[in-house]
Design a protein around this ligand. Structure first.
Ligand code: FAD
Length: 282
């Protein structure tokens, strides 16, 4: 089973080492595609593990600079110690942000399951007052996202809009794909007119076409927002959008803690689940 999952992981993950991610970012750059590199890991339980995450991100930022890769970084607050304390996570992520300021880079907070939404927003607000070089992700599946996204946008913050990769209860999240997509479209339009350089992160062709149509209709330039996709998904579409002059950025995960990320990608795609089932019984 682990072997099968590893096979699936190879599609979505650059490799186990930082240099694998740098190499992947540089190859994307050659196709005129930018990157955002993520060191895989979440829900660390000790301060020592959280400190190791910080140290990895500091080296990552140095290596991005040294290699000339056009890449931001993405991170998760539970990888920075949020399960231990909000104060610890805030201090740890601030260390990473300061380094990013020094190296003229940008840090995007991923959004995790709903147990962490409020803490992630609170830490983001506190740090955004001091550092303009940070952004946050919001999930259109969550009912609260529309309002929260408006608050952050009003303060000038940059949002990456995603549909949401976590299973959430009906009181917090839309359960029907149609509602998640409708929410995505509404928030997407609000972000595009906001002038806050949002990232529209989806592989959904219908929504991507709507972004293009809406932006053209409102005279929103291609340079004023990013399209973002995940490594290994819709590679041809990534290249096409870049060739059409849109800013295309690909999320490049690397690291040894590949399982939770791979399981989320597995859940998103029925074909992946069939692949596992078929091979188990083959
Ligand atoms: C840059 C980026 C950052 C993200 N950050 C976060 C985050 O911080 N928090 C969070 O909760 N989620 C995050 N996500 C994941 C996101 O929430 C969705 O789970 C994921 O993007 C799939 O949704 P979709 O918008 O592509 O639409 P869907 O309707 O799920 O998919 C549209 C099409 O894309 C293709 N596709 C989608 N998923 C896969 C897959 N796994 N394998 C192969 N093909 C696939 C299929 O062709 C599918 O029909 C991020 C996604 C991106 C692109």
């Amino acid at each position: 089973m682990k072997g099968l999952l590893l096979l699936i992981a190879r599609r979505y993950i650059a490799g186990a080492e930082r240099q694998d991610a740098i190499r992947a970012a540089l190859s994307l750059n050659r196709l005129n595609i930018k990157a955002t590199i993520d060191n895989l890991g979440e829900n660390v339980r000790t301060e020592a593990e959280a400190a190791a995450t910080v140290s990895e991100y500091l080296s990552l930022l140095d290596d991005i600079k040294r290699s000339g890769a056009d890449s931001q970084v993405s991170l998760k607050l539970t990888h920075m110690g949020l399960d231990i304390s909000a104060e610890l996570a805030k201090n740890n992520v601030e260390t990473v942000i300061k380094k990013a300021v020094e190296l003229d880079n940008f840090v995007r907070f991923d959004m995790e399951g709903s147990a962490y939404t409020q803490a992630t927003i609170d830490i983001f607000h506190k740090l955004r007052r001091k550092y303009p070089n940070i952004g946050i992700a919001f999930q259109s599946a969550l009912k609260r996202s529309r309002h929260e996204a408006e608050t952050i946008t009003a303060a000038g913050g940059s949002i990456r809009l995603v549909k949401g990769a976590y299973k959430e209860p009906p009181d917090l999240a839309f359960q029907d794909k149609k509602d998640v997509d409708r929410s995505f479209e509404e928030i997407m339009k609000m972000l595009l007119v906001s002038g806050t350089r949002p990232a529209i992160a989806t592989h959904d062709l219908k929504l991507i076409d709507e972004v293009k149509r809406f932006a053209a209709e409102k005279g929103i330039s291609k340079e004023s927002f990013d399209f973002e996709m995940l490594l290994g998904i819709k590679r041809t579409l990534q290249r096409t959008l870049a060739a059409e002059g849109y800013t295309m950025r690909v999320y490049v995960p690397y690291g040894k803690d590949w399982l939770p990320y791979t399981l989320r990608r597995l859940r998103e795609r029925k074909e992946n689940i069939w692949f596992v089932v078929k091979n188990i019984f083959d």
